[in-house]
Design a protein around this ligand. Structure first.
Ligand SMILES: [Zn+2]
Length: 266
């Protein structure tokens, strides 16, 4: 009798363990599957060169020089210069509000998290100034459950299909104002309430192109979130179930910098 009771208890405990920590166990399996190829990893990063789309007004953005060649020196090295906010990059909290974390000070645990993908390709196709409303976050939660603390929330606008065509990607009007979609302040407020780690987008900026006050930048960076901008094509990501590894350059005192972003597919 006693043996059956114990066995029963053990079975119940095991079931409880897996139902309490389903993600922990599946994420461990995901990591172990990377070297064997069982887990697919997407690289959401553009390679850096001098032909990417810079923010308007930035005259110089990237330069690489060869310092040594195998033929002359027996080895190959280069030096390079670039803007902190160029290509696929991370905005550190210090980018807008003074006194916040610089890129090297972002807590490491904030750089790993489940990916929440908000798909607004249809709306963005109809309205280049589209601001994703908070109700789209609520719709996501109705389908997939509450956004977990530490999630990294990506806005999928489809703008990556315009990369690296400067004209189409910036989409400037005659007055020079850019037109591309972004997060609304209301959506950002709700995501801050959910204690997410960061916001990302496949456009030049988390705020939409027509923004003059960068309200979401002030709000989200002020709350200690970081931003990922100019992410590469997000079309293969599921709306839920992927896991992100965010690896920014550890540049002391940096307002941001180039970042490598990997998505582990479920
Ligand atoms: Zn930014």
């Amino acid at each position: 009798m006693d043996v059956y009771v114990r066995a029963g208890f053990a079975a119940v405990s095991l079931v409880a363990l897996f139902s309490f920590f389903p993600d922990a166990s599946s994420n461990r399996v995901k990591l172990e599957g990377i070297p064997t190829g069982k887990t697919r990893v997407l690289d959401l990063t553009y390679a850096i060169n001098d032909k990417l789309v810079p923010w308007p007004g930035d005259a110089k953005f990237f330069e690489a020089k060869v310092n040594a060649t195998v033929e002359k020196d027996g080895y190959f090295t280069r030096s390079f210069w670039m803007l902190e906010h160029y290509g696929t990059h991370l905005d550190a909290p210090a980018h807008f509000p003074p006194g916040k974390e610089t890129v090297d000070q972002i807590p490491v645990k904030q750089l790993f998290g489940p990916a929440v993908v908000l798909d607004v390709r249809t709306e963005s196709g109809k309205d280049a100034d589209f601001l994703m409303p908070a109700v789209r976050v609520e719709d996501w939660e109705k389908q997939h459950g509450r956004i977990p603390e530490g999630a990294i929330v990506l806005l999928r606008t489809g703008w990556a299909s315009r990369w690296p065509d400067v004209k189409r990607y910036r989409n400037q009007d005659a007055a020079g104002m850019m037109h591309f979609p972004g997060f609304s302040v209301e959506a950002a407020k709700l995501l801050i309430e959910r204690k997410v780690s960061g916001l990302g987008c496949d456009t030049l900026s988390i705020d939409n192109g027509a923004s003059k006050d960068f309200a979401v930048h002030h709000l989200a960076l002020g709350a200690g979130l970081y931003h990922l901008e100019n992410l590469a094509d997000l079309s293969e990501l599921p709306e839920a179930g992927a896991f992100l590894i965010v690896a920014p350059i550890k540049l002391e005192g940096g307002s941001g910098g180039p970042v490598r972003v990997f998505a582990l597919l479920p």
